[in-house]
Ligand binder design. Structure first.
Ligand code: HEM
Length: 427
């Protein structure tokens, strides 16, 4: 399988990091803790801030809203940020009061009408069609025949060197290879496909480029859909091409919107979450040793990585009527920034040392995959991919540790978070 390599004039990794604000914010969690002390939900409003005397909390709320590049504050008089676990969960649980339609304005032009921006009952109908391809059962086949070989191929390239930069050489490229494999795309198309994928989500800072990539992906996918309608294969595009809704096949537009969503939803999140987990473990060699010795800890290590440093901090909802959450009144038409990162560190829910990575923490529901009707469709895939990559790394790179001669880097970002580098050596 061919993989994505930077070319002379274009490096998708650099471009994507630029679009996600990587390198800008190192640790927002102390600010989130201050915000939680003030209120479970905070309105971004100078009058309210003065009443509460909480400049810092307001700054946090503003930062969170500002960095959501799809929120146009000029058009939105009321912006709230949910910081506490209970507030975040309450907003996400109720898809009727807290609609996802706000995504249409910002992502619609590049993605089309995706399940991300649908409300019930439409959302449920379309989500059900795609669900079978992402069930836990479906993962067995993808794990053996796709994910494990892809991970091994990447490791093969650097294993003889004794040192590697694991973000660039493993965690960044492997998830997009997995998605391309699940879609059944020809191997030689992969570099171009990844480039379009990154350009599509660069729409926030380069609209023209995002729209161009969106159109290119349309033509590219349409040809493949036509092919799969005529001759189905064992891939996700074939499943979608033959899925029926009230006796009707999905249209090309509907399928292409879903496929465009899979790229940012599936590849960029998983690259970040597996990098964050590796960073957490490499920074705590005792916990890395414990996991290496006892792989039954893998599940809780993965969940703790997702809790501790969720790859995506914020998502967004719009209130459809006047309502009250955790005692805070929210008028109809408000934008609610849902801070899952803050919820995952709420000391009232998690107890001691919520800012620390601790794989022995008593397991509880975290919110990295969100909650409620839009809870991540790809979570079984993400967990399986991370399990495979961690197991292969631990099996094949004995004594794995940070390279003592290199800067170990740090986790950075305000909307998306990941380490900027993972330089490692092994025995
Ligand atoms: C660790 C990795 C991942 C994380 C943390 C994550 C997180 C999330 C979150 C927070 C949402 C909710 C978004 C919202 O409602 O505003 C979501 C939705 C979604 N995710 Fe993931 N995701 C991950 C991996 C994946 C993968 C691997 C795929 C598939 C290839 C995927 C596909 C989707 C889809 C299709 C949705 C939309 C679901 C809906 O609207 O009903 N995700 N994800």
């Amino acid at each position: 399988m061919s993989t994505v390599e930077p070319t002379e004039d274009y490096d998708p990794f650099e471009d994507f990091n630029r679009s996600a604000g990587i390198g800008v914010v190192e640790d927002p969690y102390p600010m989130f803790a201050l915000a939680r002390q003030q209120a479970p939900l905070i309105k971004q409003d100078m009058t309210a801030a003065a009443a509460l005397d909480v400049d810092v909390a307001t700054e946090v709320a503003e930062d969170a809203a500002d960095t959501l590049d799809f929120v146009d504050l000029g058009d939105m008089p009321n912006v709230f940020t949910a910081f506490s676990f209970d507030a975040v969960q309450a907003v996400l649980r109720d898809g009727e009061i807290f609609s996802s339609k706000g995504y249409a304005e910002v992502m619609g032009p590049v993605m089309g009408h995706t399940i991300l921006e649908m409300d019930e009952p439409e959302h449920h109908t379309y989500r059900s069609l795609a669900q079978q391809a992402f069930s836990r059962k479906a993962m067995e086949h993808w794990e053996r025949d796709l994910v494990a070989p892809i991970v091994d191929e990447h490791i093969d390239r650097f294993i003889d060197r004794g040192r590697a930069e694991l973000v660039r050489e493993l965690t960044f490229p492997f998830p997009v290879n997995v998605i391309a494999g699940m879609l059944g795309l020809p191997r030689e198309d992969l570099p171009q496909f990844h480039r379009w994928a990154v350009e599509l989500i660069s729409v926030g800072f380069d609209a023209e480029r995002g729209l161009r990539a969106s159109a290119a992906l349309y033509d590219y996918f349409q040809a493949i859909i036509t092919d799969r309608r005529a001759a189905p294969r064992e891939d996700v595009i074939s499943v979608l091409a033959h899925a029926e809704l009230d006796g009707q096949r999905l249209t090309d537009d509907e399928i292409i919107a879903f496929l465009r969503l899979l790229l940012p939803a599936g590849a960029e999140t998983t690259y970040r979450s597996s990098s964050n987990l590796l960073f957490g473990l490499l920074s705590r060699p005792d916990q890395l040793d414990a996991l290496r010795e006892d792989r039954s800890l893998m599940g809780q290590a993965i969940e703790e990585g997702l809790r501790w440093e969720p790859p995506l901090l914020n998502i967004m909802r719009t209130s459809t009527r006047d309502t009250v959450v955790e005692g805070i009144e929210i008028p109809a038409g408000s934008t609610v920034v849902v801070n899952m990162g803050s919820a995952n560190h709420d000391e009232r829910y998690w107890g001691d040392h919520p800012d620390e990575f601790d794989l022995f923490r008593a397991p509880r529901q975290h919110l990295a995959f969100a909650f409620g009707p839009h809870m991540c469709l790809g979570m079984h895939l993400a967990r399986m991919e991370t399990t495979v990559v961690l197991n292969r790394v631990l099996d094949r790179l004995p004594g794995l540790r940070f390279d003592p001669d290199a800067d170990p880097g740090f986790i950075t970002g305000m909307v998306f978070r990941a380490p900027n580098t993972l330089p490692v050596v092994w025995d």
